[in-house]
Design a protein around this ligand. Structure first.
Ligand code: PHE
Length: 448
């Protein structure tokens, strides 16, 4: 099996693919809107602290275990199991990760589809085809079904092409484009009237809100979601890294890119909201709080783009293209989890597995669309708020408590021969053994 497994062809290939997975709607939409309604810079600080102190160490556990086992989450957890109990639980935990990754993809495709339809709406609007544009930007069942399927199809096509010519090729094409658009859009929006008020909200901390337990669990879920943790994505991407690479270095680079883009997106979204307010678009609900996150992106921003005429159309087109790209480089990393597992656990060809698994997940998406009120929010909360941190904690336990410490060190020494004397090795093992599981558990229990 070793020969037939894919590999990233270069360090940059991995970093862009993993950053592509990490940077998604969570960064560009979730983080800024949550920061806006939850204490601005105070939320930012809590988020940064959790990302570096909890998410980064957990990311490292996934990369190490993945590269060691060179396999899917079920194989990987089994490979490091040292006793009967851990061997029995490994497929259950790994399998649960695969299911959660698939469920995340099922709602993510719906939102990715909305982004794509808004992108086309702005584009057709620019071309003067208002009729089509209005259909594309109006919420309807037919539109959701059509664009969810289209978005899933794109995801499947890329994944069916494999690691190097699918995931890596598309991530290295799309990520630089994403970053360029994000920077240009931010520079443009920040010069508009009203933008300063948004910056003020983003940068002045209100600790009275940001330190509440419910907010910390939100920020934790956010950080885990943003770094694609707990569901085997990073574990599988780690299994495609060459032995000559230093894992702590790669992990740091991915974390820094992910966090920087979330912070940068805040400099776009918050000013844009207040520019909208300045232009007469309402952004507060009756009780004085910010309107909900989806209304913000799909109502406020399009209304703003409409109000600023031709320039608005251009900005709108680029904005939703940016969102669609961010969503796509993440959705491929979610589909890779069940597809790689299916290929490795059965005799299915990658191509067939991609369409079969992607098709099955699309059916789940359709079920969610048809029962939107009951299912959409519930699936998001179940997967991102609870399952991801819990699974992250279990992977920590496998690496720190179940796996043999000598083997962990050996794996890390590949690509970083001096690791044993580094600060990383002095802190990380004890850290993932005691601090991470305990803190995740406390935050988790508090949230009930
Ligand atoms: N990290 C992605 C985002 O921020 C979401 C994601 C979660 C991707 C889990 C893969 C696995 O949008």
């Amino acid at each position: 099996m070793q020969q037939t497994r894919g590999r990233f062809s270069s360090r940059l290939g991995f970093v862009l693919a993993a950053a592509g997975s990490a940077v998604g709607l969570g960064n560009i939409w979730g983080f800024p809107t949550q920061a806006a309604s939850n204490g601005g810079a105070a939320f930012l600080l809590v988020y940064l602290a959790l990302a570096f102190c909890l998410a980064y160490p957990v990311l490292m556990t996934e990369l190490v275990i993945g590269r060691y086992a060179r396999g899917n989450p079920i194989t990987a957890l089994t490979a490091v199991s040292s006793n009967a109990l851990s061997r029995v639980l490994a497929p259950v935990i790994g399998g649960f990760g695969v299911v959660v990754a698939s469920l995340i993809l099922s709602f993510y495709c719906i939102v990715g589809g909305w982004m794509m339809s808004h992108f086309l709406a702005e584009l057709f609007g620019l071309l003067g085809m208002t009729g089509v544009a209005v259909w594309l930007e109006t919420f309807s069942l037919s539109r959701s079904l059509l664009f969810t399927a289209l978005f899933m199809l794109l995801t499947i096509r890329i994944i069916s092409q494999g690691v190097e010519s699918g995931i890596e090729r598309w991530s290295t094409r799309l990520m630089p484009l994403l970053l360029t658009m994000l920077v240009l859009l931010t520079l443009y929006v920040i010069t508009m009237d009203g933008a300063m008020e948004g910056l003020r909200v983003y940068l002045i901390p209100d600790f009275s809100i940001a330190l509440s337990p419910s907010l910390i669990i939100k920020a934790l879920g956010s950080a885990f979601f943003s770094l694609s943790l707990g569901v085997g994505t990073m574990l599988i991407y780690g299994s495609y890294i060459d032995d000559s690479e230093s894992l702590p270095k790669l992990g740091t680079q991915v974390t820094i890119i992910d966090i920087s883009i979330a912070v940068l997106a805040g400099f776009l979204i918050l000013p844009a909201m207040y520019v909208a307010l300045h232009n007469g678009v309402e952004i507060f609900s009756e009780n004085g709080s910010l309107i909900s996150e989806d209304t913000l992106i799909f109502t406020v921003l399009p209304a703003l783009f409409d109000k600023i005429g031709l320039a608005g159309g251009v900005v709108g087109t680029f904005f939703f293209m940016l969102m669609s790209i961010a969503a796509l480089t993440s959705s491929i990393s979610m589909l890779e989890v069940p597809v790689a597992t299916a290929v490795e656990k059965s005799s299915l060809q990658r191509n067939v597995a991609s369409y079969a698994v992607g098709g099955a997940i699309l059916l789940v998406s359709i079920t969610i669309i048809m029962n939107f009120e009951q299912l959409f929010g519930a699936v998001i909360a179940f997967t991102t708020r609870y399952s991801q941190p819990l699974l992250g904690m279990l992977i920590c336990i496998y690496v720190a408590w179940v796996w043999n410490r000598g083997e962990v060190l050996q794996q890390l020494q590949k690509g970083s021969p001096d690791i044993e004397t580094s600060t990383f090795w002095r802190i990380w093992p004890a850290y993932i053994k005691y601090v991470c599981p305990l803190v995740i558990l406390i935050i988790f229990v508090q949230s009930f």
